[in-house]
Design a protein around this ligand. Sequence first.
Ligand SMILES: [Zn+2]
Length: 471
Amino acid sequence: MQFQNLNIKDTKINSKSMLFVYNDNMKKFLILICILIFGIKSSAFNIVYPKNTNVTINANSTFFIGSSQTPLTVNGQNVPLHKTGAFAYVVKLNSGKNTFVICSGNQSQTYTITKPAIKFPFKPQQFVQYNKKRSFYVSTEGSPLRSSPFDGGINRMAHLQNGVPLLVDGEKNWFYRVVLSENNYGWISKSNVKEFKNFEITPAKFLGYDYIDSRDYFTFVFHLDKQVPYEIVEGDVMSIKFFNTNEVCKHDFPYKEAANGKKLIGYKGHYEGNDFILQIRKPLKHKKIKNIKIAVDAGHGGYEKGAIGCLGDEEKDITLKISKYLEKELKSRGAKVIMTRTDDKYVGLKERVDIANENDAAIFVSIHANALPDGLDPNKISGTSVFYYYNEAKPLADTVLNTMLTELKTNDDKVRQASFAVVRNTNALSILIETAYLINPDDNEKLVNPEFQKACAKAIADGIEKYFSAQ
Ligand SMILES: [Zn+2]
């Protein structure tokens, strides 16, 4: 009733009030819509690294990797988002507990990252020399004999078979020092050997060698009166050193002449009784990759996911896709392709190498996508890198990387020598390709794109083909 007494002014005011009432409802409605939208969109706000909200990281900085469809802040600071929504955001760490609150829309997540206050420096043990030399034998198949007492780096001299006797004169940390000859030593992990009981190693005698020719290999059979540690020395002239003989015997064999100046591709060596059999792959005759056996190794698989990209994609899936495109590319050029896996399953590192070697692959290409450790900035590091272990694989690594950089226009992340299990395969020229960085937002966008995956496969195949045509 009161409404009826309202004058025009009141009515006007009242109509404004009505508008306000309407606006309030509208606001509530919009808020509800926003909650619904943010609610839905917040499911797309995803942090893939750090993997837990409470972690310990021993570095001066770390990063948040993930994606968001709405503006995102870390401790109130805006995080630049890639057009895909991907982000990599570096944060400094102080000693002790560091708290980070991540907000996007109406969602927030708190991370507690602890940086250990004291970093205990590693104090290496001093070398302990024994009064009397001790006799051991290899108890783990394929144990690395190293040139230095470190597990890592480019220090492998040979992989020794079970049963090879070793004369030991001291120890340092987790390694025994192996006497190879006077003032010449190697190192072997204590866990890879056992001590002989009542047996003393005496010097071996070298009794000469035979050469056997076959279609695919130059085969040398070295005769000794007992097994000894050895080192195969690669280079223009390949040679083999047998130790624990009266003196180091170093044998150059007619590889260079037989190979007619061609580069070494691969070799394998093992004991059969007291004979050491060394098989060196003959140079491949044709300049094309037709009929050449190439092993394609899709990195990771099954429960071993590999790196996780900003957008949540897993390395194991991307490597499999690129590997399958590569299989197609290589087969279309006449190569014989051996896949170490064709579906999402776990395959061990040794098994991957075994598959390639059982099939006598001459080339081994492992496909990966990269990530970075804490302390680095994923926004500043990107691109393609190729790894090798043995020097003979470097020209292949160089050619494949250069071809990829030209065709894919990715950043040059260099050719590097590294001790990865799959590139320590000597039977084939072995390389490992980090196609691009999954935790770099720009690279991540490329890696999940099927066109880039195909281009990547084509560039790798082109690179391998170029390597052969340049031989
Ligand atoms: Zn990987």
